[in-house]
Ligand binder design. Structure first.
Ligand SMILES: O=C(O)CCC(=O)C(=O)O
Length: 204
C-alpha cells in the first residue's frame, strides 16, 4: 500500500467526486505472488463464455467468466437466471482474505472475468442487482495485463478513468453502484490476458 507525503494511505482517497466511493489500494500482491495466482487461475478454473444481452438479444461473450460462492446462490442478471458454482477449493482463499482485510467486509462470492486480450472488454453497467443491495461493497483484484477501467456518472455523465495493473486492488462502496456505471475499455494495444476477481457479499 502506498503512503502519501502526510503518512495517510492513498487508499483513504476517494477517486470519485460525488455519489459514491472508490478507493485504490495500489498493488497489494508482490509480483511473484501475483504471477503465481494468475497462472493458477488461468489454468485451474473452468472458464467459459458469459452471456450478455445486447439490443435485447442474449449472446455469448468472447470474455470468459465464472461466478463462485460459498453457497449455491441464485439470481437474475440482465434477465438471465444464474446459479453460483462451488467455491474452488483453496484457490481463491488467500486473495479473499486479503480483500476482506483491506476492504473490512466479509465476502461470500466472487465473479471472475478473463479477458483474453484487448479486443475483449466489458460495456458500461453497474452491479446494482437487488440481491447485492444498492450500497454493496465490491473489492476488485486485477491480474495480468494492465487495462483501463472507467467510471461514468449516470446523470451528469462525468467520467473518471484509471489504469488497473497486475496485483492492484480497488474497492467500490457506498452509493457507487447506484449512481455510477463502470466499464473495461477495449484497446488494440494489449495482446495478453487479464483476469479480474470481484469479491462481493451476496447474503445480507
Ligand atoms: O474486470 C473488471 O475489472 C470489471 C468486472 C466487472 O465490472 C463486473 O464483473 O461486473
Amino acid at each position: 500500500m502506498s503512503l502519501d507525503l502526510f503518512g495517510a494511505t492513498l487508499a483513504d482517497v476517494n477517486l470519485l467526486p460525488c455519489d459514491g466511493i472508490v478507493n485504490d489500494f495500489g498493488v497489494v500482491l508482490p509480483p511473484v505472488e501475483a504471477d503465481a495466482l494468475y497462472e493458477r487461475l488461468l489454468k485451474g478454473l473452468p472458464w467459459r463464455p458469459d452471456v450478455a444481452v445486447v439490443n435485447g438479444v442474449a449472446a455469448e461473450t468472447a470474455r470468459h467468466a465464472l461466478w463462485c460462492a460459498d453457497r449455491p446462490f441464485r439470481y437474475v442478471h440482465s434477465g438471465i437466471p444464474r446459479m453460483a458454482e462451488a467455491w474452488p477449493g483453496d484457490l481463491l482463499d488467500d486473495a479473499r482474505r486479503l480483500a476482506q482485510d483491506l476492504a473490512q467486509v466479509r465476502f461470500d462470492s466472487c465473479v471472475l472475468n478473463l479477458y483474453h486480450n484487448g479486443s475483449e472488454g466489458m460495456a458500461w453497467h453497474s452491479d446494482s442487482e437487488a440481491a447485492y443491495g444498492l450500497h454493496t461493497t465490491i473489492a476488485s483484484l486485477s491480474l495480468g495485463a494492465t487495462r483501463k477501467f472507467a467510471f461514468l456518472h449516470k446523470r451528469t455523465r462525468e467520467r473518471r478513468d484509471m489504469m488497473l495493473r497486475h496485483g492492484q486492488l480497488i474497492v467500490m462502496r457506498g452509493q457507487t453502484q447506484r449512481h455510477w456505471l463502470h466499464a473495461v475499455a477495449k484497446t488494440a494495444t494489449v495482446s495478453t490476458p487479464r483476469i479480474s476477481l470481484t469479491f462481493r457479499r451476496f447474503d445480507g
